[in-house]
Structures are given as structure tokens and as C-alpha cells.
Design a protein around this ligand. Sequence first.
Ligand code: NCD
Length: 305
Amino acid sequence: MRHLLGIQELSAEEICKLVELARSFLALSRRPVKKAPILRGKTVINLFFEPSTRTRTSFEIAGKRLGADVVNLSAKASAVEKGETLLDTARTLQAMNADVIVIRHRLAGAPHLIAQHLARGAVVNAGDGAHEHPTQVLADLVTLAEHGGWEGKTIAIVGDIAHSRVARSHLWASRKLGYRVRLVAPKTLLPAEVERFGCEVFTDLDAAIEGADVLYMLRVQTERLESRALFPSLREYHEAYGLTKARLARAKKGCLVMHPGPMNRGVEIASEVADGLASLVLEQVEHGVAARMAVLVSLCGGEAS
Ligand code: NCD
């Protein structure tokens, strides 16, 4: 593996290997001394052109726990603000001998463009537009693995599918790993030609909940909606697509609730569900660090790869 650009490019075997490697790092993060200097001497640069709490911090923590030097660069504080192109920025970071460039960008394909032009170093996609978010899905797969695995499971992904790179990466993963995905959204938040995705599509949340093993709630990405009114109001969205305690009570026994964060409490998920016993939201965050450790180790070598 030279770069990690998407789940699309990975084989089932590679995905499973990353998930198992991530699981082997879980114990390390729970120790009083959270350090295994496998990546000592390596340099990881986080290049984020979009806001992020979980992804950026977990790449930083992942790198540091493995002993790498981690540098964070946000677009606002970089020469991009002075008109430098994305490729020149990437070439500059390469000239500093970065081993891994982790990039988040609002444009789909930005990490791929950089990867094509860099002769050295690895590129990791930390979310490109509505295209892919492979490390989030690796974190989710670690979470599923810790809860009995994904085999034979049905995951209902609910909400703003149209703008969700997480949903797209899950679709790729589900095809490769063999779990079932149901997409659940109002028609206006479903991508064009959604039937081509080859999975079940629901516009009725209550129907989709029936028989689902996991309810995977998505944030309504208001920053990507532009001025288009894709649903009447957030209150009405919550009525029809919000996961409430009453709705969850009608789900299959043991049904789990996931969300990649950040959550809009009271919109796609009620607080009592987000903080309830079925919620794996904070486990996903913890597993996100382990998943990123696995990715960094797989890309820049080290004893555990
Ligand atoms: C997601 C993203 O940025 O794609 N967040 C994340 O990385 N955990 C989902 C979102 O922004 O709603």
C-alpha cells in the first residue's frame, strides 16, 4: 500500500488486515504510558482545508503515540491563503521530506491529485468532498468488529447521503466485506441515480429500522447545502428522520447506534439516544485513533506492519 486514497482501492484482505492491526493498538491507547515508538524519525503532516475535530486530532494523536513527528497545517494559516496552489503546497511539504501527508479537502479527488504528483511519501485521504472518508470507515469497522463483527449484518445509513463521503466509503466496504447497507433519506438528500449503488433505498425511516442491526446516523451537512432548501425545516427533518428513543424502541433487540460526528443533537439524533446505552459514538472516536495508527504504520513501515 503506497497511499490510502479510498476504500474503493483496497481489497477485502487489506481492509481486514488494517482493522486487525488497529485492534492490536487498542490496548496501547488505554495504558498509562501511551507510547510505542514504531514510527520514530517519521514525519506526518496534517493538511486540513476543512474544519475537523476528530479526524485531525486522531491523526495527530495516532502519530505521536507511535513516536512520529506530527505537524498540523490548516489552510487558513498556510500560503494557500496567498494564492499558492494545492500541488505547490504538497511539493513544498514533500521537499521537507514528509513521510505521510494527510489531507482533507472540500474537492473530491484532491488527495488523488497530490498522490499522482508526489514522487516520494504517502498520501492519506482524510475526507475529500462527498467522495470518500476511508479512515472513518476503518474506525467504524473496528467498532463493528469489537461488537461481534459485520458478517451478515444490516446497517441502515440514515440522513444526508447526498453529501456524505462516509456513506460512500461504507458502500465500498460493504461490497467488499459482504455486509448489507440500507440508505435512508428524503428523496432530496439521496444522490442522483442512487439505484446504481445496488443497495436497498428507503425514504421511510421506520420501515428501514425494521430488522436493521445498526442505525448509522449522518449529520445534515448544512455547509454543503448552499442555498438550496432540500427539506422544509430542521424540526420537520427531525420528525421524519431523527432517531428518537421511541423509534429506537421499535428496532431489533440489541440494535446499535453509530454516528461519525459531529452530531447535531435534536436534528438527526435525540440527545437521549446519543447518550444512551445503544450508542457507540465515543467508541467510534476511540477506535478512530487506533485505525489511524494502523494506517500510518502500514504506510511508513515499522515493526508492526
Ligand atoms: C464526517 C466528515 O467530515 O465527513 N466527520 C468526521 O470526519 N468524523 C462527517 C460529517 O462531517 O458530518
